[in-house]
Design a binder for this molecule. Structure first.
Ligand code: AMP
Length: 502
């Protein structure tokens, strides 16, 4: 079967936009999902960002909405017909940009709403009328409450990165939003994994869905060369520098587990001469967009990021990924290293394992269904350094020999590692006024160096809105869960993280 777009019979105006994007053949998720969505069936799709899933739902959805296309200036003639929900602002922005491109030659209107910026420009757009609304849950609820968004004519709803939305704690918000929608509708759910929670969500809101799955969840690409180095915390930066130097790595993602760790590491690497930027939830929206743009434009070599901040970003073909901290959630390992070795290109994933990481290693081994080959790292000179251990022995001595039971438990707030059921992966750092300050971006992109990507960001994006509500309601809804230490920069990013769409 040839998976060419031309076989789909898309309307000429959509086909033209697709051709202009340079797409010829469909990706596997597109080949499977588009024909199903065109029939109006519900879909439950297992696919990660980078697989082409945005077009997989956008194109058939736009095709089905073409019957409503009209040139009237009356907002009443442009009610919201399709709602796309995403967990983070960056992701919402990316998807909205893609939808706009696909709908370019149609008269269907689209817009995006997310937290962290002024509501007013979004309100104006909504009041003009849009057929496709891309949104993060918290901000959408603000607009619903302000009566800016009316959802009683929605025919399609897309829950994108659904596992992440649940992870962040958006379930109550999603339930509320879905309660505003007509029962008669098509629901599409995309998730990197089908956890028990996701299946429950699908059972509640999808009707007889067609399941499409492109790569088995929890599978890492065979094109990624994976190394696990046994190191001490003190050695990590040095090992990173050596690998970058020896391998001639031009750009890499460096993943850490905490916001403070992220800021500190970026500062330290910058001081050591590596062009580095950081992406975490304590940075303002504007700073984060700048960091991303600088990385995309090749102005910085290393992007240090937390999982929540980096999730779903459309940055492809990074030559290498470093897990400076082995992730708390084993599934994040798969997401992280999925940044490299894409589309058949070879990639490198280097993970640092310290003596206190036993439990995280065990979790990862259980997920990947294999023992990790943890190597001792060979330093290339004799400068003083922290103690090197000899592979697995050290962390095994510290605790976990066999994977624990129950690791496939739902990952929502009540099982978060910082609540005491796991050994902490990041060492607690004494208070340090310097590092406790919010991260300040290094001298960043100058106006003339601004990449094209950044030019598409709305100018209002640097204003923080007084309309953003704190996410206190989540703690109340997960009544058994102690409140998230929202301002503890050492905690892994969680519901209070600003990078969530709010
Ligand atoms: P997504 O998984 O939707 O974030 O898409 C990842 C990237 O793949 C985006 O930059 C898309 O523009 C690109 N893309 C989507 N579909 C195709 C296709 N059929 N052929 C080539 N590139 C594509």
């Amino acid at each position: 079967m040839t998976a060419s777009f031309s076989n789909l019979g898309l309307s000429p105006n959509l086909a033209r936009a697709v051709a202009e994007m340079g797409y010829e053949n469909m990706t596997p998720i597109q080949a499977q999902a588009i024909p199903v969505v065109l029939t109006g069936r519900d879909v439950m799709g297992a696919a990660q960002t980078g697989t082409g899933k945005t077009a997989a739902f956008s194109l058939p959805l736009l095709e089905r909405l073409l019957k409503h296309e009209n040139s009237s200036t009356s907002p009443a003639r442009h009610p919201v017909r399709a709602l796309v929900l995403l967990p983070t602002r960056e992701l919402a922005d990316q998807v909205a940009q893609q939808v706009k491109l696909y709908a370019k030659y149609t008269q269907l209107r689209s817009t995006v709403v997310f937290g962290g910026i002024d509501m007013k420009p979004q309100t104006l757009e909504l009041k003009k009328g849009v057929e496709v609304l891309v949104a993060t849950p918290g901000r959408l609820l603000d607009h619903i409450e302000a009566k800016n968004a009316v959802l009683n004519q929605v025919e399609y709803v897309v829950l994108d990165e659904a596992d992440r939305m649940l992870d962040i704690g958006f379930l109550p918000d999603l339930q509320r939003i879905l309660s505003y929608l007509p029962k008669q509708r098509t629901t599409l759910l995309f998730s990197a994994t089908f956890s028990p929670e996701i299946k429950r969500l699908a059972n509640s809101y999808l009707q007889d869905p067609v399941v499409v799955e492109v790569a088995r969840p929890n599978e890492t690409a065979s094109t990624v060369e994976q190394h696990f180095y046994s190191v001490t915390d003190d050695d990590k930066r040095r090992v990173l520098r050596q690998v970058v130097r020896q391998r001639g790595i031009s750009q890499a993602f460096v993943f850490v587990n905490s916001k403070l760790g992220c800021a500190r590491l970026a500062r330290a690497l910058e001081r050591e001469g590596l062009k580095t930027t950081a992406l975490h939830g304590d940075k303002s929206q504007d700073e984060r967009l700048k960091s991303l743009a600088a990385f995309k434009a090749g102005e910085v070599d290393l992007l240090v990021a937390t999982d929540v901040a980096a999730r779903g970003l459309d940055i492809k073909d990074v030559p290498a990924v470093f897990n400076f901290d082995i992730p708390f959630n084993a599934e994040d390992y798969v997401h992280r290293i999925g940044r490299t070795g894409r589309a058949g290109a070879s990639g490198l994933a280097v993970t640092f394992v310290t003596s206190s990481d036993g439990r995280n290693v065990a979790d990862l081994e259980k997920l990947l269904k294999k023992k990790l080959d943890i190597e001792a790292f060979e330093f290339d000179d004799e400068r003083p350094r922290g103690r090197i251990n000899d592979g697995r022995r050290n962390w095994r001595e510290h605790g976990v020999d066999e994977p624990r039971e129950g690791l496939d438990m739902p990952r929502h707030a009540s099982t978060r590692p910082e609540r005491g059921d796991r050994a902490p992966a990041a060492p607690r750092t004494p208070a340090d006024p310097f590092f406790s300050k919010p991260y300040e971006a290094p001298e960043a992109t100058t106006a003339e160096a601004k990449p094209a990507w950044e030019a598409s960001v709305k100018p209002a994006a640097n204003r923080i809105s007084a309309n953003i509500k704190p996410k206190r309601k989540l703690a109340a809804l997960f009544a058994s869960v102690p409140a998230e230490p929202a301002d503890s920069a050492l905690a892994p990013e969680a519901p209070a993280d600003q990078s969530a769409g709010s």
